[in-house]
Design a protein around this ligand. Structure first.
Ligand code: AHM
Ligand code: MG
Length: 346
């Protein structure tokens, strides 16, 4: 039985109700952030409705990429990107957006009002898994704008994760889940497709103290540093310090992260030497590492780049990559220790 679901609790809490109740903790709140979050949940519902028909859309779009309604069939990651942008560009809540799919910031069209928040997102993370019907996700982060007025700027997007107002993700798996934190705990909602609502299923998630799994693409171990290899030996119990953890890796960050959050353990994507063009690993600070670090921190865990907290890093570029170690604090700090002892001395 899912330990987070109380079958005796008759109160049904929709995401809308939850967000409104969270708003009570912020007497200064105007409701804009609440509405913004609701629009993100709406984007998630729309993307979920399309991703669960992925194979069918291919069939429908097989001729000239047009479906039977005469609409052009987009790739799912383009569709997700477009959905989030279009559901949020006209609301007057955002000053600017940035997406992993675009090299530059995405301005709000001039005909619409500019708002006080900034939205950064990875529209469909792990999209290489779509062809295999494996879980994929959307990751998002909301900040307050720094600029005072007019169109939002690049600087508005380059804020450290510790200044995030809301971070979260939507997981399109065997069910669709939205997990978010606005700095007051981490809460998970499951989409009930029969009524089209996200319902609170995982209130106040805390990462279990006893870790269960480690999650990493072990196929790249030949490219790792000595410290990362020694840390992996530690997780496998090879140096006798602990009982080995089981390995789980889907290759879809949201799904690997979600399992780590609920089961306890660590996910890492270290610096590796296989691709000289990206010596800092693969994952992006703004769209992937930061929002998940924020959610993990609120669930009692920790995220590091191997040297310092992810949330403390001052971003220099929109698409900056970063090594990521995320999960139970003791394990992440152990990774930092191995890196310090074996790699930093070189
Ligand atoms: P994407 O943003 O292009 O989808 O890439 C990010 C994905 C993550 O979901 C996942 O953790 C990682 O790439 C897997 O990479 P690899 O195949 O190198 O293990
Ligand atoms: Mg991604």
């Amino acid at each position: 039985m899912n330990p987070f679901v109380s079958y005796t609790n008759e109160t049904i809490i929709t995401i809308e109700r939850h967000i409104l109740e969270e708003q009570k903790y912020h007497p200064e709140a105007t409701g804009i952030l609440t509405a913004l979050l609701y629009d993100i949940a709406l984007s998630g519902k729309y993307i979920a409705s399309r991703t669960c028909r992925a194979g069918l859309m291919d069939i429908l779009g097989a001729t000239d990429n047009f479906n039977i309604q005469g609409e052009q069939v987009m790739k799912l990651d383009e569709l997700a990107d477009d959905t989030i942008y279009r559901l949020n560009d006209h609301t007057g809540r955002l000053a600017v957006m940035a997406s992993e799919e675009h090299s530059d910031i995405m301005p709000i069209p001039e005909k619409f009002e500019s708002g006080k928040y900034v939205l950064l997102f990875d529209p469909l993370d792990g999209s290489s898994n779509i062809d295999y019907n494996a879980p994929i996700g959307t990751i998002f982060a909301i900040y307050r704008r720094l600029s005072l007025e007019g169109p939002g700027t690049l600087e508005d997007c380059l804020q450290p994760g510790k200044d995030m107002v809301v971070g979260g993700y939507i997981l399109y798996g065997s069910s669709t889940m939205l997990v978010y934190s606005s700095g007051n705990g981490t809460h998970g909602f499951t989409l009930d497709p029969s009524i089209g609502e996200f319902l609170l299923s995982h209130p106040n998630i805390q990462i279990p103290k006893k870790p269960k799994y480690y999650s990493v693409n072990q196929g790249y171990s030949m490219y790792w540093s000595e410290g990362v290899n020694k840390f992996t030996d530690y997780l496998q119990g090879k140096d006798g310090q602990m009982k080995s953890l089981s390995l789980r890796y889907i290759g879809s960050l949201v799904a690997d992260f979600h399992r780590t959050l609920l089961s306890g353990g660590i996910f890492y994507y270290p610096t590796d030497k296989k691709d000289p063009k990206r010596p800092t690993g693969k994952l992006r600070l703004l769209y992937e590492a930061n929002p998940l670090a924020f959610v993990m921190k609120q669930a009692g865990g920790y995220a590091s780049d191997g040297h310092q907290s992810i949330l403390e890093i001052m971003p220099q570029q929109l698409h900056q990559r970063v090594p990521l170690y995320i999960g139970n604090r003791e394990l992440v700090e152990k990774a930092e220790e191995y890196i310090r002892n074996f790699d930093d001395k070189e």
